[in-house]
Structures are given as structure tokens and as C-alpha cells.
Ligand binder design. Sequence first.
Ligand SMILES: Cc1cc2nc3c(=O)[nH]c(=O)nc-3n(C[C@H](O)[C@H](O)[C@H](O)COP(=O)(O)O)c2cc1C
Length: 190
Amino acid sequence: MITIPNESFESMLVTHPVLLLSSRQGRYNTLSPLVWYMPVSGDPPMLALSLKPSSMSYHYIRESGDFILAVPDDKLLKAIHFCGVHSGRDVDKISHLNLTTARGRAVSPLVVTNCLANIECRVRDIYSSGNRPLITGEVLSIIVNPNFYDREWLPQARLVYYLGGNRYRVGNETVDMSDVRPGYVPPESI
Ligand SMILES: Cc1cc2nc3c(=O)[nH]c(=O)nc-3n(C[C@H](O)[C@H](O)[C@H](O)COP(=O)(O)O)c2cc1C
């Protein structure tokens, strides 16, 4: 065993898939990848997420009181990274990436129909926690593509895992997304 820096907890514990957080205020929308999240209650069904206070996502969620967690697969890898290195303050990510969306059932943010599932949530509480607020949300509605999920993720669901920096894991493969920087122009469709 060796000692490593305390900050390493982040990359060591992030073993669940990257989500796309959809939020909205008025007619403005943004999407941000999310890895700092966890379930916190079964009944009522609740989860928690930790957000940078400077992000548009945090601002929109605080104002609107709702959000959607979309579950992307590897077809959206470039879109995921693009959303992580740009702020909704500077670019309309959804239209730049040609993502298809629909109205949510129970909340105001947009459902990302390119994703395998969308989990609609209403904010329950916002707590102060170190340098990032912790938001808890109650799950109100879930829609899922049944070709990829049947009581559990099926093997054909190629979920995306984050390794830190520009690196991701999909299946057994490590993928570097360094080419997706500000200025990146996506192909016609992602
Ligand atoms: C893979 C990945 C995961 C991320 N996870 C989080 C997260 O859990 N919480 C957070 O506050 N920021 C996270 N970020 C950073 C935000 O995506 C980034 O600050 C983004 O620009 C916020 O966009 P917005 O201003 O439109 O909300 C992540 C970035 C990447 C690339």
C-alpha cells in the first residue's frame, strides 16, 4: 500500500455512469455531465447531487426547483465531453449538438431523447457542503428505452464512465476526448 493525495477520492469513487443533467430557466436550457451524484432515499425515491455554484446548471435548478438526469450511452461521448468543457452561459449546447429533446412529463427541463433513460426530479432541499452545494431531489417520473433496460441495464447498454481529465471508459476501452475543446464543431448528427 502507498499513500496518495486526499483529492484522489474523486477519481477513486466515481465508478457509476456519467449522466447528463438537464436544467432550464424560462426559455434557456443547459446540459452538464454529472458524476457527483448518489441515491439517498428509497421511499420517497430521492437522490443527491453536488454542483459547482458557478455553473448555469446550479443557477437554473435553484431558480426552477427541478431537473432531469438523462442516461447517455457511448454514442453521446463527444456530446458529454463538449457539455463538460462549455457553459450554458456561452453556448446553447442542445442546439449546437443537434440533440433531440421533448417536454418533460412532470418538470420544466427538456428530456434528451437521444439518451437511454430520463429521470425527472423535483428539488427537495439544497444544503451547504464544502465548496459545492448539495441538492436533493425527489424522483417524479422515469422514462426508459426498453431495448436497453429491463429491471437492470442490459449488456447492450454501453454506458460511459469517467476517469478524470479528458478520459472515459466504455466497456474495456479507454477513450481520450482531448480533441473536444472550445470551438469543436460536431458532425451533422451525434
Ligand atoms: C465527465 C464530467 C463530469 C462532470 N461532473 C460534474 C459534477 O458532478 N458536478 C459539477 O458541478 N460539475 C461537473 N462537471 C463540470 C461541469 O460539466 C462544467 O462545469 C460545465 O461547464 C457546467 O455547465 P453549465 O455552466 O452549463 O452548467 C463535470 C464535467 C465532466 C467533463
